[in-house]
Design a protein around this ligand. Sequence first.
Ligand code: SF4
Length: 320
Amino acid sequence: MALVGIARLASESPLLEAKRVVQYFEIPSKSILNRTKPTMPFRWTINPYRGCEFGCKYCYARYTHEFMEMDATEFEDKIYAKAAAAHLLRQELARIDRKDGIAIGTATDPYQPAERRFGRTRAILEVFAHNRGRHIGIITKSDLIVRDIDLMKDIARANVFGVHITITTLDPHLARLLEPRAPHPDLRLDAVSKLSEAGIVVGVNPNPVMPGITDDEHSLDRLAKACRDAGALTFGGGPLFLMPSAQKVFFPFLEREFPHLVERYRELYARSAYLGRDYKDVLAARVRKIRDRYGLVSGMVEYKPEIWIEEQGELFEDNA
Ligand code: SF4
């Protein structure tokens, strides 16, 4: 039957805009702890989700969706929550050395919007809250992390525990361009304050530092000062790593928003996804100087937890 009236008009209307639709899936996993390369500062990583809704233009983890035969841009629209994450973790922790460092959120954000609904990160923290004598860190851009301060306080009493909040810039306009759906920088700074007030060791990483966009000394200095004032103890910056899957999103973004930088970036990343030694050395010296200015340190802060065990650890382990 031919459409008439408003039905016909509707069917012929040109599309003005299509709203993003995010789809959530549950994916089975063989394991939840992933072993890192020996050069990394931690031995194991945990990423409760595959894909990340924050959609940062520079995100290096987009390649993980290519493993599933998906386009790099689907990384932010198809989010996979790992099934039985807490159950797997309990089993796998029993098999690894207690001294091994474990970092949560190295590839995708553990406090992205999916976490509000599926709670995989909280379930993992509940497991760690029954552990003793481990070294555990979390990396996130999200102020949702403050929801779990209760669990983090328990973990930090019996394990060396720290949080790294990523803030690339204090400029809200620039942050919106670079990280379209990540929380506003002020919300992240507020999360730093709340974690610090709760006695949690917290630091800020301005990563990735982007040449010509976020790497000038004045911006990094302003950021480090604001972080120190909010209670951060650490500050560490590394340069942008741009593998081919990330370049597919980042270069069109540069062409749109920073056309004057396109040629420079093409030269910088012509031979490798990593920047050369010269740039790295200059940036490292700049960040070190800023850190010293504000009494900040790099890396994870070691401290002796209230309840601490070493060799006799097994006696205290609660694998409930
Ligand atoms: S928050 Fe991290 S994982 Fe998520 S899109 Fe941004 S860079 Fe990628």
